[in-house]
Ligand binder design. Structure first.
Ligand SMILES: *Cc1c(COP(=O)(O)O)cnc(C)c1O
Length: 390
């Protein structure tokens, strides 16, 4: 059996998205900036994609910029807010300890350049406290950026409430909604969002395409200078096939949220319940306020990397959640942020499901996982010490 349970890392491109993309390579292959008919065919597809994406997030088409993905959109949002803030003497930025590195590294870079940074705690349940957020805001705060759903432990933040607090205090609010998109409702108006990031490959679209939503009236600082594409704010010939595929995938995912969510959630809950039957296993992140497809556990006494290899041998693709980039042995900053000690963080496993997973697959995982864990523990000095210490 081959089981893909790593949908938080990337997803399989849906047939709908693929079918939408193919004509962009062979027929509407023109440059959308060209006035001739082949270019204008591409321009039409681009406009339709913009309208689709805007419609599904409650935005105007003119507020949607296409980018190369989630990382670029995150960088773009933070730099934009930093430049606007600095012009008015506001150099304080607020975020959380467990953001994606596209956010954290951009913030750290700005900190080196003289910005002041407050990173909020996310507590052991992986959730920001609104009163702590409110208390962190100051007259010189230029930006609050808090992710909608976390990519490792799947916890969902109270975005609308955070947005309301920011609005009231006149602070720009950005959310990295990369993991939420296609799984949770997004409406930038209802949720008081000023800027938002999406990435196509996390909702069954192609890699290398993303969305940067920026509310009307917010002056964007370009990261890429050149031609007048994307309202002159993001130069470079548009990746029309990927953008068209992204819009098709996003529409499909959003149209099917109501149908898919209970199905995926049931698989997730069965998997969590089954895994928690093992000894000395903890679920990371709040059980209820989490993405429908996210399972993240720490299995004490084992190494996540060895576990992953053994799972791969029996056809199961997961993620260790202990190291962000393979080859790095640093435990995940997300797991440390929720208070796990290094030893426990190293034994973490993330299985992320989507609508393509089945109950048979969950049964198979639950059949294969416990004996593998038992084998690894039988060879583990850490486990031995733990058991003897009791
Ligand atoms: C994947 C991911 C990103 C980066 O998106 P790319 O399109 O791969 O650059 C950013 N934020 C979160 C939460 C993600 O899961």
């Amino acid at each position: 059996m081959n089981i893909y349970a790593d949908n938080a890392a990337t997803t399989k491109v849906s047939k709908t998205a693929l079918d939408a993309m193919l004509p962009c390579f062979a027929e509407a292959y023109g440059n959308p900036s060209s006035p001739h008919h082949i270019g204008q065919e591409a321009a039409k597809l681009l406009m339709a994609a913009r309208e689709t994406v805007a419609g599904y997030i409650g935005a105007e088409p003119s507020e949607v910029l296409f980018t190369s993905g989630g990382s670029e959109s995150d960088n773009q949002a933070i730099i934009t807010a930093a430049v606007l803030g600095a012009r008015r003497g506001k150099k304080h930025l607020v975020s959380t300890k467990f953001e994606h590195h596209a956010v954290l590294h951009t913030l750290k870079k700005l900190e080196k350049e003289g910005f002041l940074l407050t990173l909020l705690d996310v507590h052991e349940d992986g959730l920001v406290r609104l009163e702590e957020l409110e208390a962190a805001l100051r007259p010189d705060t230029a930006l609050v950026t808090v992710m909608y759903a976390n990519n490792e432990i799947g916890t969902i933040q109270p975005i609308k409430e955070i947005g309301a607090i920011c609005r009231e205090k006149g602070v720009l609010f950005h959310t990295d909604a990369v993991q939420a998109a296609g799984h949770l409702p997004i409406n930038v108006k209802d949720q008081n969002i000023d800027m938002l990031s999406l990435s196509a490959h996390k909702f069954c679209g192609p890699k290398g395409a993303g969305v940067f939503f920026v509310r009307k009236g917010i002056a964007i600082t370009s990261l890429i200078e050149g031609g007048a594409q994307e309202r002159g704010k993001r130069a470079g010939t548009e990746n029309v096939p990927a953008i068209v595929g992204m819009a098709a995938a996003f529409k499909e995912a959003c149209d099917n949220i109501a149908e898919n969510t209970p199905k995926i959630r049931a698989l997730r809950d069965k998997l969590i319940d089954g895994i928690l039957k093992m000894d000395e296993v903890i679920l990371n992140g709040d059980r209820e306020k989490r993405l429908p497809g996210n399972v993240n556990v720490s299995i004490k006494g084992i190494e996540g990397e060895s576990l992953l290899l053994m799972l791969d041998h029996v056809g199961i693709c997961g993620s260790s959640g202990s190291a962000c980039t393979s080859g790095s042995l640093d435990p995940s900053h997300v797991l440390l942020a929720i208070g796990l000690v290094h030893e426990v963080a190293h034994g973490s496993l993330r299985l992320s499901l989507d609508e393509n997973n089945t109950e048979e697959e969950i049964d198979y995982i639950l059949e294969k996982l416990p004996p593998i864990v038992e084998r690894l523990r039988s060879m583990s000095p850490v486990w031995k010490k733990m058991k003897e210490g009791k």
